[in-house]
Design a protein around this ligand. Structure first.
Ligand code: MG
Length: 249
């Protein structure tokens, strides 16, 4: 496994991509409304990436046909924007990557549309909390398993499950670099974290089973039991001290 460590200058380049994503996700969150089609979010993303001087990471990646992934309710990740109409009470995961100056950022949020059920609200806050718990463990000298187990323990303590087949990942000039960061694991195990590692942490948290299946379009990953899923992601850097979250304003 080859880990590409980043210089402080390279991390600043990644932060430019990260800021674009933070701003874009704010716009998408504001414009997300019942009655719109998931395709409308792709159009907004294309427009905003252009306005902010960034290139889309996802468009054309292994043939992916859109600028972002939109995954509604039982859809976990890799949803293709299209004709699906968003309804009041849906939870919508928005996952998007951007390239600025040759460096990548990757971020995701899950947003409730209008009034959502208490269970859906708890699921979203568990997924966001799991991401925060993972980031809190992203410190020099810790191990990958410390982040993974922090994510898993947080989500499971709230009564939810974590997806096994899809993971966080290293990121830099490439969207997916080594190492993989699973959303489950054992404290004290795995590779040691060193300064200059940059990675995307992205817990996918399910209401029911952690098991998944891939829809007929060969992209969209859905929960095996049809229950809800939520997804939050930040791109971060390992520093000498506090974890540096790059996908914020
Ligand atoms: Mg990612």
């Amino acid at each position: 496994m080859a880990i590409v460590l980043k210089s402080p200058q390279e991390i600043e380049s990644m932060r430019r991509a990260g800021r674009v994503l933070a701003e874009l996700l704010q716009v998408l969150k504001k414009e997300l409304n019942a009655g719109m089609k998931t395709r409308d979010l792709d159009r907004i993303t294309a427009r905003e990436l252009k306005r902010l001087g960034a290139k889309p990471s996802f468009l054309g990646y292994r043939g992916f046909p859109a600028h972002l992934c939109v995954s509604v309710n039982e859809e976990i990740v890799h949803g293709i924007p299209g004709e699906r109409v968003i309804r009041e009470g849906d939870i919508v995961s928005l996952d998007v990557g951007a390239i600025v100056g040759g460096f990548q950022g990757d971020a995701a949020i899950t947003v409730g549309v209008g009034r959502v059920s208490p269970e859906a609200g708890e699921l979203m806050s568990a997924a966001e909390g799991a991401l925060k718990a993972g980031i809190a463990a992203a410190r020099k000298g810790n191990r990958i398993g410390d982040m993974s187990s922090a994510i898993q323990r947080y989500a499971e303590a709230k009564g939810f499950s974590v997806v096994r087949e899809y993971t966080g990942h290293g990121i830099g000039r490439e969207m997916h670099e080594d190492p993989q960061i699973p959303n489950f694991g054992t404290h004290g195990e795995g590779m040691e974290l060193v300064e200059g590692m940059t990675m995307a942490l992205e817990p996918m948290v399910n209401q029911g089973t952690w098991r998944t299946r891939v829809a007929e379009n060969h992209w969209t990953v859905v929960t095996a039991d049809g229950k809800l899923s939520a997804h939050f992601e930040h791109t971060i850097a390992i520093t000498n001290g506090e974890p540096d979250i790059l996908t914020v304003l």
